[in-house]
Ligand binder design. Structure first.
Ligand code: ATP
Length: 237
């Protein structure tokens, strides 16, 4: 883990019951933070699910040169992928600690205990609330639990689906700084975001999707300054 991993995606197609959403997509997810932007229904969530092994797909996905299987989420976790799904998907009636432990279900108990201690160092606010039921926490705190839980598997590549959704501006900033810190520790990050300006300010590179295809990509700063992104997402002519 924590080795500045690179994911290479070639000719990816995926969808639901014969309805193809992702069309022949190619991406290079390099160390650092890569953001995926696009309008509703562009296929951003479908892309993350296909990469995480939650949906069948065609095409090649390599993590540090080794091919990842299609539609095998457990194998993908073992190989170093973690996904923070849209809406967090916590167990609301379980405590913070229990939710975190579930993120380490694939690892031996001793390593799980070490990672839990590490999670509480990285997220001091969660340590204070270790015994609180996850469902009673604020939206921002719940998102932190979801991120910390994903980190329990010791991923090389962390994927996040709209982590800032529903958070107050100050929490969005805090969340994005956590994402930066994770990347600086050598865990490559791929995140879908609707909060375009803040996401591009926090990211190194980005991809813009429309109707299941990549329509623009490049350095985050260049995308932030591009006419296409400014007109479509930032409301500036
Ligand atoms: P949003 O920003 O609204 O979450 P998105 O870019 O993440 O959008 P997806 O959720 O990937 O888009 O959806 C892409 C397309 O796939 C949409 O047309 C959607 O209706 C369809 N779709 C998503 N999930 C399913 C499903 N389980 N079964 C059938 N079609 C689906």
């Amino acid at each position: 883990a924590q080795n500045n991993s690179h994911m290479s995606v070639r000719g990816l197609s995926a969808g639901y019951h014969g309805f193809q959403v992702i069309q022949d997509m190619s991406l290079d997810v390099r160390p650092g933070v890569t953001v995926v932007l696009g309008p509703n229904g562009a296929g951003k969530t479908t892309l993350l699910k296909a990469l995480a092994g939650l949906l069948p797909r065609a095409g090649e996905v390599l993590l540090d040169g080794a091919a990842l299987p299609s539609a095998d989420a457990t194998a993908c976790v073992r190989r170093g992928l973690a996904l923070v799904a849209e809406g967090r998907q916590l167990f609301p009636q379980m405590t913070v600690t229990e939710n975190l432990e579930l993120g380490g279900w694939l690892i031996p108990a001793r390593l799980r205990a070490e990672r839990l201690a590490r999670a509480f160092e990285d997220f001091p606010r969660l340590k204070e609330r270790a015994a609180q039921l996850a469902g009673t926490m604020s939206g921002g705190e719940q998102q932190m639990v979801a991120v910390a839980r994903a980190m329990m598997s010791g991923p090389r590549l962390l994927m996040l689906d709209e982590p800032s959704l529903g958070l107050a501006p100050r929490m969005v900033d805090e969340l994005l700084s956590i994402v930066r810190r994770i990347a600086s520790q050598g865990v490559t990050v791929l995140m879908v975001e609707q909060n375009v300006r803040k996401a591009l300010q926090a990211a190194d590179r980005g991809y813009v999707l429309e109707r299941g295809r990549v329509v623009a990509s490049g350095e985050a700063q260049a995308l932030l300054n591009s006419d296409a992104v400014r007109q479509a997402y930032l409301g500036v002519a």
